[in-house]
Design a binder for this molecule. Structure first.
Ligand code: HEM
Length: 127
């Protein structure tokens, strides 16, 4: 179920990316993806049972390294979401100087979001 919701967020980001020059599609798609991802992160963080199970089931150092990598890209993704929202709002208000930063940070954001998605399959297999 969590993977299905996460897939929906990734699809919304891809739609938002495809329509990056169409503000009426881009802004709602990215904002909805953010709300979904925030909800997912809060749910997982507050669900102590899931985290305890993960810690118990991690059998190897490789599992542990992967989990830390997953947590790191997820945290970076969250930071970059806020960067994109901040620069996106400024861009929407006509501050064209924010465009280059918004565009470059978008690449880092997409890399983190996709790495989060791929590694989530390995992390879930330990649940
Ligand atoms: C993580 C989420 C987001 C990503 C990855 C992203 C990515 C991008 C990219 C790649 C562009 C094209 C820049 C260019 O080539 O000139 C763009 C444009 C833009 N984005 Fe975002 N964005 C995100 C979220 C947002 C949000 C939340 C807002 C508004 C609150 C926003 C507002 C805009 C605006 C106004 C433009 C310019 C559109 C135009 O050319 O008319 N973006 N975004």
């Amino acid at each position: 179920m969590l993977i299905a919701i996460s897939t929906l967020a990734v699809l919304l980001i891809l739609v938002g990316w495809k329509y990056k020059n169409h503000r009426t599609v881009h802004i709602p798609a990215m904002s909805l993806a953010f709300l979904i991802d925030l909800g997912l992160l809060l749910y997982i963080e507050l669900n102590r049972h899931a985290i305890a199970t993960l810690q118990k089931n991690m059998s190897s150092g490789a599992d542990e390294a992967l989990l830390y990598f997953h947590v790191t890209v997820s945290a970076l993704m969250l930071v970059l979401y806020f960067v994109q929202i901040g620069t996106g709002i400024r861009l929407a208000k006509g501050r064209e100087v924010s465009r280059v930063f918004h565009r470059n940070a978008a690449v880092g954001f997409l890399a983190c979001r996709l790495l989060n998605y791929i590694t989530s399959f390995f992390v879930v297999s330990n649940l």
